[in-house]
Ligand binder design. Structure first.
Ligand code: SAM
Ligand code: ZN
Length: 269
């Protein structure tokens, strides 16, 4: 990343005018708003009153441990297929950047913006890949991202802001969303008392998105995932339940569970 490539994605969070490099580690707008770029190469454009928190380093470590086993590789492959070959892609709620890397695979000329509320997540997502710029921002706020800068937005198990995703996409740009089905990780949730029962339905997404996005394709991905005790513990610790009380120790540990997600590809109208 360079300050120039980072700034090309962005707009000022205060006045929405373009941001440009003003010195070696600062971005600024014509109205004099200034933002320091972190030495690790990303900028935080959270509003001053933001109280929401993203994933912690400990949760991200667990997520990395799970993803490195290949447990969710079929999801990454499906995201890669759905995104096809974008030249500019934004990952909203990027986590460790696992799915963004899958979307960029074999696409040396692509550029990407990894966005998350968690600075620890953005740090990991941009590490060792010069194609990826980093942004700490809140999906629920007006995004500090300029209009029409992306060919594709990906959004995997993370909060969505459909109006803003539409605004940052070019006309006919793609929004690729991974939503868990109600049966996702069912036996593991039951055994460990995990809180985050998915209420995120692909059908609801598609109908809520309809004024802004046309449905292009929908893939129902279902497979049995063998579980070791370590993998089961890491899956519980990487998700939203990790923000709350510890999951209870399971009486009987399931030896496998179902991965059940929908990969929805929408096209901006
Ligand atoms: C369940 S994780 C998914 C991460 C990644 N997409 C993956 O699947 O590995 C949800 C991510 O959304 C981020 N997040 C939560 N609330 C957010 C918000 N309001 N704005 C931006 N990111 C947010 C978290 O920090 C976390 O990295
Ligand atoms: Zn400004």
């Amino acid at each position: 990343m360079t300050l120039q490539s980072l700034s090309e994605w962005l707009r000022c969070p205060n006045c929405f005018r373009p941001l440009e490099p003003t010195d070696s580690l600062t971005l600024g707008c014509v109205h004099g708003h200034r933002f320091d770029v972190n030495k690790r190469g990303f900028v935080s454009l959270l509003g001053p009153r933001s109280t929401v928190v993203g994933d912690t380093a400990a949760m991200l470590d667990q997520r990395t441990a799970v993803l490195s086993t290949g447990a969710y590789l079929p999801i990454a492959e499906a995201v890669g297929r759905a995104v096809r070959t974008p030249s500019r892609v934004i990952d909203a709620g990027c986590g460790t950047g696992y799915y963004l890397r899958a979307a960029l695979q074999d696409n040396a000329g692509a550029r990407a913006l990894a966005m998350d509320l968690s600075p620890a997540a953005v740090t990991r997502a941009i590490r060792n890949d010069d194609r990826i710029d980093g942004l700490v921002a809140d999906t629920w706020s007006p995004l500090p991202i300029a209009g029409g800068v992306a060919d594709a937005v990906i959004n995997v198990f993370a909060p969505r802001n459909l109006d803003e995703f539409s605004r940052v996409l070019v006309s006919k740009g793609s929004l690729v969303v991974v939503v868990p089905d109600a049966s996702h990780l069912g036996s593991l949730r039951a055994a460990r008392g995990m809180l985050d029962v998915p209420d995120d339905k692909a059908d609801e997404l598609i109908s809520r998105a309809a004024p802004l996005f046309r449905l292009e394709s929908r893939e129902a991905l279902r497979y049995e995932l063998p579980l070791t005790p370590d993998l089961a513990a890491a899956i519980s610790a990487m998700g939203p339940s990790a923000h709350h009380e510890p999951s209870r120790a399971p009486a009987i540990m399931p030896t496998s569970t179902v991965v059940a997600v929908d990969i929805v590809r929408l096209t901006r109208r």
